[in-house]
Design a binder for this molecule. Sequence first.
Ligand code: PEP
Ligand code: MG
Length: 597
Amino acid sequence: MKPTNPPEKRLSGLPVAPGIAIGPLHEAPESPLVISSKKPKASEIPSELARLEDAVSRSRAQLHKLKSRLTALPKDSQAEIAPLLDVYLHMLGPTRLLRGIKLRVQSGEHGAEAATQSEAEAQAEAILAQPGGDKSSRQRRADEVREVARRLIRNLTRQPFRSFEVLPQGSVLAAQSLRPAEAALIQPTRFAGIVTAEGGLDGHTAVMLRALGLPAVLGVSGLLEKATTGGLVIVDGDSGEIILNPSRASLDAARKKLSAQTRARRALSRLQHLPAQTRCGAQVELQANLELPFELPLIAASGARGIGLLRSEFMFMNRELAPDEETQTRIYRDIVEAMDGDPVTIRLLDWGSDKDVEALARFVPDNPESNPALGLRGIRLLLRHEALLETQLAAILRAAAAGPVRIMMPMVSVAREVVETREAMRRVWRRLKSRRNLQLPEKPPPLGIMVETPAAALAAPLLARHAEFFAIGTNDLTMYTLAADRSLPADMKLYDPLEPAVLRLIHLTASFAAAAGIPVSICGELASRPTVVPLLLGLGIRQLSMNGNAVPLVKQAIRATTLLACEHLANAALAAPDAEAVREILARLQTTSPTVS
Ligand code: PEP
Ligand code: MG
């Protein structure tokens, strides 16, 4: 970032989490590398070599993932970064660098980290000392060797690439991009807001940031090049605009908006105990999504009636080993007890694709040719790892003794997956029953599925024979229906949950669920958009689960409408030619319908 203070500059990105933040902008620095100088004993050398192998494959997988995300960048950045990533990948093959590191480990002189550090440094120095030629190209090659070594050491030590704790309290966190696992490490009380150069509206990072409740804008291209470290910034999480080095007039306007928002939030909190019902009296069930346990108090204060989607991934992130049955049971039970009789829908681990779960990275095949979103992910992976699936099922079944629980399967595409999961659940139930002194519910909880692939929506009548409820995941349903990554920037105009194709699948799923007599909800990000909620009611949905912060606004939208108006809206949207036309229909409704009630 530039060291000087430039004049006011307005940039725009995606409005990911609402609210205004004002504070100094700080980039999350890399946490320092800590390298042990301990020499391994002879008996420890094989395991040091195995750790090195593991770090090499993790590093390769990360680089492949970075490569697959390049399409989201402008063409000239792609042309610059792609060859660099190829160089790194090459260096992680059978090269002098890796051979040198291995020899140092085998000699017993160094552990894997120190061997990587010293070999890379020796090779970088040798490159820089070469006589003649172009000095800047020697420097570049030396930097590349050091960069690969840095990545290997991060993966060997499992030290996160970034540390958030060192940033000043109240700052606006800036980053090129954030991984979902990194977002999970952010302490919301530490920051005023978050802004990144990359990222899409409904990507997993966006979902995590919304859970933090901080104003956030993603996908601000050129952010770090244009921003000044420590310079004041305004983040408008409603419009997606950020203002670098704001003028006095812009600051006054932002402060006014901030206090108006605080007043509006206070007014909305009065809705907490009012029913979520339309003006004509139709009841809607509002629940909250939970990504991180610290959201529990917010959920309790939001007026949500239970948790409609507990994303269990958080338990597996940022740790070396998957949590065991006891640990998981304790975490689920604490949540169920905190909900005090309101239902909790626990989703089985949805890992793979961009939800990289460190503790399980070795289970996900590193196949650079295949697209991870279209391969082993969610229930497909779990069914291949029986112990992991059964441990989680056992913990959920035990926690269900503490209150109403439902079990939900992610990423279902065919009925066989539900049949196999139910068999696993029966096996685990029998096993738990035979164990003494275990508290269990009277019967196993309902088993339902996420409808987030077009296959699941189209085959809903078949799936309803095996599943006891449906929850529509509009984030992935949109991605798989439109063949457009949910992390793509909005200006590409490919990923859009308002496309009539997606709305038709929602409508179809709701109709099939009604015919089969099973409950259906929406727990994707679409459910949290107050302007879209009347449309969802018109498509036949009566149960919504969303980020806790959104509950009051969604309730307000429901209380301002009637089912008849919603149905008209849905008919018009289903017949619309594209998402833009649907947006126009929704905007017309905004200007004609009454506001709060
Ligand atoms: C979805 O896909 O809409 C969903 C709720 O699941 P996730 O965002 O966790 O993939
Ligand atoms: Mg999903």
